[in-house]
Ligand binder design. Structure first.
Ligand code: DUC
Ligand code: ZN
Ligand code: ZN
Length: 485
């Protein structure tokens, strides 16, 4: 009898972004060591017959224990957020180390490391938010921190406390190119939004539903276009976060068609919710407030098409939880205007079940595409080579899905601290029954099996996705780069 493996997940139907097949999976220590039929026994045997065995999800855009654009702390800690993620089948998160104006980036990153080390139950990396692009941040801190494994930056083109102007944006793109880091961007036109906000408030249009009007659709398409032109000139790969409109997706498609190296993301809220959700009595619509705002059913269709065509590669949660109280969504109680209400909604736990229900149970784009957009693509784009798939040598980050379970989402059922779900009342088919992170059982039988702080930091270099094209644009662009970069 050959020696027993640590764990064997036996008899399940395994899916990757490219294949679906019946196989056992053997785990030793933290890694997958064998995939095949009739594998030798494990010290621990997991019966996966009749279930789907999928890579754990990679959520590459979530705000955790973060000082946000409005100066508020999110409702979650690293402990509560990562527990919530794990219950929803996600095993890797990339939240933010968020610099605000006047803050030193190295101190910011060190602080977020401490929070995550103390709390995270699954593995994590950080995107560094750059809101104070001084020469010290740009020339010293970013290169040093990328060298230490923080190979993605995030910038905001809107939000008073966080936005960079065009000159600063170009500065960040140029430094990222030098350091080989991905640049992720919240792309909306700030001037158009703030002008509209002032007009709406002056005319007494203060209810949450006016949040949608305050971020005109053109604000997204314009900013995406401006960003792409600058990134293409600098020859710096970018990731456009949370695309919400058909027009935004069309700008992306056109740029990819002419060979610009760019990636893009959308989120479940833009695929499953619409601006109608904001239109509730009083300030209840605040639960559905996020930025960019929820749009139309026709945008949902355009975004699904962009996913199908590969113009949008990842679907992340943009988890940004606020409680329904004065410290959260309602600083002025029932009198809170849409301008005062914090932007963001919880989604770490619901992301995969929502997408599984739509893509696998109901069949829209299918199982392999589900794995691709929720795990494999984000792992590739953010260079996490041991995450996002099921293969020998990879981390044993696995979610076993019960395709038969039917769950009606309730306000109190998620493990985050928002205290509500924007998806309450929806009936979802399929839910993760068991979740493994680096071979450890994290969730089983509806119970958490690991302690806080057991997640690990994932140092990354920029990898292929963050590598400039070098031959981008024409001869004049190349000459321009040779003079200024
Ligand atoms: N929008 C953001 O840009 N960040 C967090 C949440 C949100 O809605
Ligand atoms: Zn954003
Ligand atoms: Zn965000």
């Amino acid at each position: 009898m050959s020696q027993a493996y640590d764990t064997v997940i036996r008899g399940g139907r395994v899916a990757t972004a490219s294949d679906v097949f019946d196989a056992d999976i053997a785990i030793e220590n933290e890694s997958i060591v064998a995939i095949g039929k009739g594998l030798a026994r494990g010290k621990r045997e997991i019966d996966a017959a009749g279930k789907l065995v999928l890579p754990g999800g990679v959520d590459s855009h979530c705000h955790i224990e973060q000082l946000s654009a409005n100066g508020k702390l999110n409702a979650d800690t690293f402990e509560s957020a990562t527990i919530s993620a794990a219950f929803g089948g996600t095993t890797t998160v990339i939240p933010f180390a968020a610099q605000h104006r006047g803050m030193k980036l190295r101190e910011v990153v060190a602080d977020y490391h401490k929070l995550a080390e103390r709390g995270a139950v699954i593995d994590y990396a950080f995107h560094m938010i750059i809101a104070n692009p001084t020469r010290e941040t740009l020339d010293e801190d970013i290169p040093a921190l990328v060298e230490k494994g923080h190979s993605s930056l995030k910038i905001f083109m809107t939000y008073d406390r966080l936005k960079v102007d065009d000159e600063e944006l170009v500065d960040v793109l140029a430094v990222a190119r030098q350091s080989r880091a991905m640049v992720c961007v919240h792309a909306e036109n700030h001037g158009l939004i703030s002008w509209t906000v002032k007009r709406l408030l002056a005319r007494g249009h203060t209810a949450p539903k006016f949040h949608a009007a305050s971020h005109a659709r053109a604000a997204e398409a314009e900013a995406i276009n401006r960003l792409i032109e600058m990134a293409a000139l600098i020859d710096q790969p970018i990731m456009i976060f949370h695309v919400s409109t058909g027009e935004g997706a069309a700008v992306i498609r056109a740029a990819r068609g002419r060979g610009v190296k760019l990636f893009s993301e959308t989120c479940p809220q833009y695929l499953f919710l619409t601006e109608k959700d904001l239109d509730r009595p009083g300030v209840e619509g605040a639960k559905w407030m996020c930025s960019p705002p929820l749009r139309l059913a026709s945008d949902q269709e355009a975004l699904w098409r962009a996913i199908e065509l590969g113009d949008i590669q990842t679907v992340s949660s943009d988890h940004a939880p606020y409680r329904l109280d004065a410290d959260g969504k309602y600083p002025s109680g029932q009198a809170s205007t849409f301008k005062e209400i914090a932007n963001g909604m919880p989604g770490l736990e619901a992301r995969l079940p929502l997408l599984f229900d739509a893509m696998v149970s109901k069949g829209r784009l299918g199982l392999r595409k589900f794995v691709e957009v929720t795990a494999t693509a984000p792992a590739h784009i953010y260079n996490l080579p041991r995450k996002g798939s099921i293969a020998v040598g990879m981390d044993a980050d696995i979610a076993i899905w019960d395709t038969q379970s039917v769950v009606t989402v309730g306000d109190g059922m998620m493990h985050d601290r928002a205290g509500y779900s924007p998806y309450a009342g929806r009936k979802l088919h399929g839910w993760p029954a068991q979740v493994f992170s680096r071979g450890r059982v994290v969730v089983e039988g509806g119970t958490l099996k690991v302690g806080k702080g057991s997640g690990k930091f994932l140092a990354r270099d920029g990898g292929d996705a963050a590598t400039p094209r070098r031959d981008a644009g024409g001869a004049q662009d190349a000459a321009w780069r040779s003079y200024v970069l």
